[in-house]
Design a protein around this ligand. Structure first.
Ligand code: M6R
Length: 364
């Protein structure tokens, strides 16, 4: 049941801290505090290149994983949604790794992409929430997300569980490839282990997010912005809003806005920005400044340090708990999911069973 929550989505949002913790427990040895991988039928250090594919939210998790794998492990990652990748005929590296991500393990497009990548000689690694799924049976290695059953059609906890696995995978690759030293590994593992606690603190922001939701609920169109690993967070936020509130939302890399979408901006198109203080803060803030100057109304998710700097610019500023830059996209993705939920409540939509959608898309 819903355990007293109004919707499965609300219940599942509250399971984020637990699910992140359980998933990390599978991948981080508590004694050595090092990432442990299951037995692999290939050598991580010998993988020349990764091809990542998935659908919907799972694909956005993979995009965040790509930032981590490239930055921390210095391994090239190509990625595309499964329905495109299948027909794209990309040249694949010999002995490359196919990285598939799926909550259900049954998504038709992802499964078909798995089969064609396997056919093309790639090693197959899947990040899955259902260990008895078709994709699990057809993979060389399965990395489990320990999210438990996800009932709401809109994915929430499975997403952060996928991110937890992908963060550990980036660390494992970084070590195997010699591109991450031990102190960096310790630092990132600590950041991950701190995450369930920080995620639990997020729920104290529910009243603020509820208030911010009013800014979005009357809009016809909403723009989501982020840079770097926060760009896929914007994609996730926009998808979730579309799915459960039926408001049109689009996500852009913040720096891309001036190349077109800025033409849309006026006070009727609220902008949701995911902008933690960190390496890309100033750049993102200056993009937001451009939007503000054109009458754009800003709702910014940031942290304590970011809040004081964004304050004058934004109509609503929500400061998330302070975390290491590496894990910030995990926390921020929960925040945009919570926002979508609050907007859907205001709209009175069928949150758990949105129109036209199915939990598992088993047709092409
Ligand atoms: O079961 P999967 O993870 O393979 O499903 C992939 C997508 O269909 C799924 O993430 C979809 O986009 C969700 N409705 C997102 O909330």
């Amino acid at each position: 049941g819903k355990d007293g929550y109004r919707h499965f989505m609300e219940k599942e949002l509250h399971e984020h801290p637990l699910v992140i913790g359980q998933t990390l427990q599978r991948m981080i040895d508590p004694a050595t505090r090092r990432v442990v991988m299951p037995d692999l039928p290939f050598d991580l250090a010998a993988i020349p290149r990764i091809t990542m594919t998935a659908c919907g939210s799972a694909f956005y998790a993979g995009l965040i994983g790509r930032y981590w794998l490239e930055a921390e492990a210095r391994i090239p990652v190509d990625g595309d949604v499964a329905s495109e990748l299948r027909y794209r005929e990309p040249p694949l590296a010999k002995d490359g790794l196919a990285l598939l991500i799926s909550q259900s393990g049954e998504t038709a497009d992802t499964l078909a992409a798995l089969r064609s990548l396997r056919q093309a000689g790639q090693h197959v690694m899947s990040v899955l929430n259902v260990s008895e799924s078709t994709m699990a049976r057809e993979s060389d290695v399965v990395l489990d997300t320990v999210a438990g059953p996800e009932i709401c059609v809109a994915s929430t906890k499975a997403f952060t569980a996928q991110l937890s696995v992908l963060a550990c995978l980036a660390i494992a690759f970084g070590r195997a490839r010699g591109s991450m030293n031990e102190s960096r590994e310790e630092e990132l593992v600590q950041a991950l282990l701190d995450l369930p606690g920080r995620a639990a603190e997020l729920f104290a922001l529910q009243p603020a997010i509820q208030q911010a939701a009013a800014m979005v609920a009357d809009a016809r169109d909403v723009l989501y912005l982020g840079r770097g690993s926060q760009f896929p967070v914007a994609l996730e936020g926009a998808l979730k809003l579309k799915e459960i509130s039926y408001i049109h939302a689009e996500a852009y890399a913040a720096g891309e806005m001036k190349h077109g979408p800025i033409a849309l901006i006026d006070r009727n198109v609220p902008i949701v920005a995911s902008v933690p203080s960190g390496r890309l803060f100033e750049k993102t803030a200056s993009n937001l400044q451009e939007a503000r100057a054109r009458g754009g109304r800003l709702l910014c998710f940031t942290d304590q340090a970011g809040a004081s700097r964004l304050g004058p610019l934004a109509e609503q500023v929500i400061a998330l708990p302070d975390v290491h830059d590496f894990v910030a996209p995990i926390l921020h993705s929960i925040a945009v999911q919570m926002l979508a939920y609050e907007v859907a409540l205001l709209k009175g939509t069928d949150v758990d069973q949105p129109r036209n959608l199915a939990k598992s898309v088993t047709v092409e």
